[in-house]
Design a protein. Structure first.
Length: 139
């Protein structure tokens, strides 16, 4: 199995491609329509992947708690994508993407408040540096 760091780096690379491809694709398309198309493609691709790797049966084994929080995650993700594509439609990808990736700052705070995770001095300092970096890139 791949190391989490390799997966995270690959995730960051493909997230960058999202910004580039979306910016080009949004030129003559409403951002909400583009988000709907992207969502359909992602659903078909992901469902096909789950079935291809033999995990399809797990779809019927989810608890109501699993479904509830996955649905909440899906709603939050949909809102995020709608806002992201709307922002991309209005300005440069190089401005929108860093602000979008600043979600890590919200994760730090919310994971402490909701999940009880600890914010260490190192984590807090890194959060401040990320915030400064976002400001420098986006403004």
């Amino acid at each position: 199995m791949m190391d989490w760091l390799v997966l995270a780096i690959l995730d960051a690379f493909f997230a960058a491609l999202v910004a580039i491809f979306a910016k080009v694709g949004l030129q003559g398309v409403d951002s909400n329509v583009a988000t709907a198309i992207r969502t359909i493609v992602m659903m078909v691709f992901t469902l096909g992947f789950v079935i291809a790797i033999g995990k399809g049966p797990q779809l019927t084994q989810l608890t109501s708690k699993d479904v509830f929080f996955i649905v909440l995650s899906g709603i939050a993700g949909a809102i995020s994508w709608l806002l992201y594509f709307a922002a991309l439609k209005l300005t440069d990808a190089s401005k929108v993407a860093p602000i979008d990736r600043a979600s890590v700052l919200f994760v730090l705070v919310l994971s402490a408040l909701i999940l009880g995770e600890k914010i260490t001095l190192k984590t807090a300092m890194a959060g401040v540096l990320i915030f400064i970096g976002v400001l420098l890139l986006a403004i």
